[in-house]
Design a protein around this ligand. Structure first.
Ligand SMILES: Nc1nc2c(c(=O)[nH]1)N[C@H]1C(S)=C(S)[C@@H](COP(=O)(O)O)O[C@H]1N2
Ligand SMILES: [Mo]
Length: 262
């Protein structure tokens, strides 16, 4: 026998149906969401690591995200943005010495030192310190900052990297994305984005406080790149190279930020 449902009963049934439907939707949403989260994690987990050693084993998708941040900062930070400078009398007389990786090679001889420029043609340009000293000289007094938490106003002088590029007609090389610099023994090495290398305050420095740079500070030629933390300011440059891939970088291999901009 069929029972006729009252209006009230019908209404109740309709509400129950609605609740069931809602529960079904939210449960489904929950499982789909959880599945997506797991899938996302799994995707990241299984993703290839980016070139070993360039940034301590970061998964490629994460590196891409980091690259985006880097690109954003690069755009915001343009080359007419200069680091603050100070009068000469503010410069430290006792300049701090931080670390000495790549400066302890017994075979090193300051007299025989030559800077090697590795051109993409395969040719190597060798330049002595006297020749570098004869190029237009630029001075800077600025606040040098180390990631370890100290800073000091220091006075450096040398040839601007951009002037060096122009003088040796390395414009073709400078169209590449990165510059790599290494100590003569290859123990310490840095990778730099071209914009920062060509920044008007970036120097290949051969003087500190108006005197030739001491061994501990990177004699005879070191990098002074005020838009970057100390780690990128390579002491005792041996070779300079150019590439569209990130050159190896000592501290990035240990997990530090590759860009290391201020
Ligand atoms: N060859 C070489 N360059 C180097 C380093 C190093 O260990 N070896 N240390 C870097 C770090 S971490 C800093 S803070 C500065 C310190 O330079 P300073 O010793 O002249 O103060 O050099 C940078 N350049
Ligand atoms: Mo440093």
């Amino acid at each position: 026998m069929e029972k006729k449902l009252s209006k009230a009963e019908l209404q109740e049934l309709a509400i129950e149906k609605k609740i069931k439907r809602r529960n079904f939707i939210s449960f489904s949403a929950f499982f789909i969401g959880a599945g997506a989260a797991f899938g996302g994690w799994k995707w990241l987990y299984d993703a290839e690591q980016e070139t070993a050693g360039i940034t301590a084993g970061v998964r490629k998708p994460l590196r891409r995200a980091l690259n985006q941040t880097e690109l954003f900062f690069r755009r915001v930070f343009s080359n007419d943005h200069k680091v603050k400078t100070y009068p000469k009398d503010r410069a430290a007389k006792n300049v701090r010495v931080n670390s000495d990786i790549g400066l302890n090679n017994d075979d090193f001889s300051a007299e025989n030192w030559q800077l090697s420029i590795l051109k993409n043609s395969g040719n190597v340009l060798k330049i002595g310190i006297e020749e570098i000293r004869s190029l237009p000289k630029t001075e800077i007094i600025y606040d040098f900052k180390c990631v370890e938490g100290w800073d000091q106003i220091q006075h450096w002088a040398g040839v601007r990297f951009i002037d060096f590029i122009a003088h040796y007609q390395l414009q073709e090389q400078a169209k590449m994305q990165y510059v790599g610099m290494e100590t003569p023994d290859g123990e310490y090495y840095v990778g730099l984005d071209m914009e920062s290398a060509l920044h008007p305050q970036t120097l290949l420095a051969y003087e500190m406080n108006d005197k030739p740079i001491a061994d501990v500070h990177g004699a005879p030629l070191r990098l002074i790149i005020p838009v970057k933390y100390g780690i990128k300011n390579l002491k005792r440059i041996g070779t300079i190279s150019f590439s569209n891939q990130r050159p190896r970088d000592y501290w990035a291999e240990q997990g530090y930020d590759y860009y290391s901009g201020l």
